[in-house]
Write a protein that binds this ligand. Structure first.
Ligand SMILES: [Fe+2]
Length: 204
């Protein structure tokens, strides 16, 4: 799977175009702003975009949906707890297939109720659940420190250290990382009990 990571807008968002290695199939994660740039990559590589997938419903990850659907005819895919318009809903454990590529959906609430991470081909697309060097905020509607603790420590930290981490924003020292490196160096991923994590997040 080839990853095109494009920084868009003025909130350091990342849009991803994921290209299957064997066919012209592709999916787009979190299209927002800079539609022309996304369009350029699609046209240059002759991609057939099957789905627009949103890692969660926040506007900075979704405002390009309609434009991309108009350009590509792709179906919009979101977690079933999303409150936005979509064509296909996914739940924890579902597979997203395009060409010979496959990503597994992990429901990781905490930043928002409908947050998902996508995992496959030794990569994790972590949305606003995990950033390089930090994690998503929990103080917006639907946010929950308790749920984020479970998502980070019981789900993501149990995954393979080798996974490349592709976050939803360019907030860290590098645009991507590995899960092993994040477990070692990301201050929010240092071992804590749930209670310690709640206190730690409240003191941030
Ligand atoms: Fe967000």
């Amino acid at each position: 799977m080839k990853v095109h990571q494009i920084e868009v807008g003025n909130m350091q968002n990342f849009t991803y175009i994921l290209e299957d290695d064997d066919t012209d199939a592709a999916i787009i994660l979190d299209p927002s702003w800079d539609i022309e740039e996304i369009k350029k990559v699609i046209e240059k590589n002759n991609l057939k975009v099957k789905y627009v997938v949103n890692t969660h419903h926040h506007f900075d990850h979704t405002i390009g949906n309609d434009a991309l659907v108009r350009i590509t005819g792709a179906k919009i895919m979101q977690h079933k707890d999303s409150t936005l318009k979509n064509d296909i809903t996914v739940s924890d454990g579902d597979k997203i297939k395009f060409g010979n590529s496959e990503l597994t959906v992990f429901h990781t609430p905490g930043h928002s109720k409908d947050s998902i991470c996508l995992v496959g081909d030794e990569k994790i697309f972590s949305g606003d659940t995990l950033f390089v060097g930090n994690c998503g905020r929990v103080d917006l509607p639907g946010g929950s420190t308790k749920e984020l603790y479970h998502s980070l420590f019981d789900i993501i930290c149990k995954m393979d250290d080798k996974l490349d981490v592709y976050p939803g924003h360019n907030y860290g020292s590098s645009p991507s990382s590995t899960l092993g490196k994040e477990k070692k160096t990301n201050f929010v991923l240092q071992p804590r009990t749930e209670q310690e994590f709640l206190e730690f997040m409240n003191s941030e």
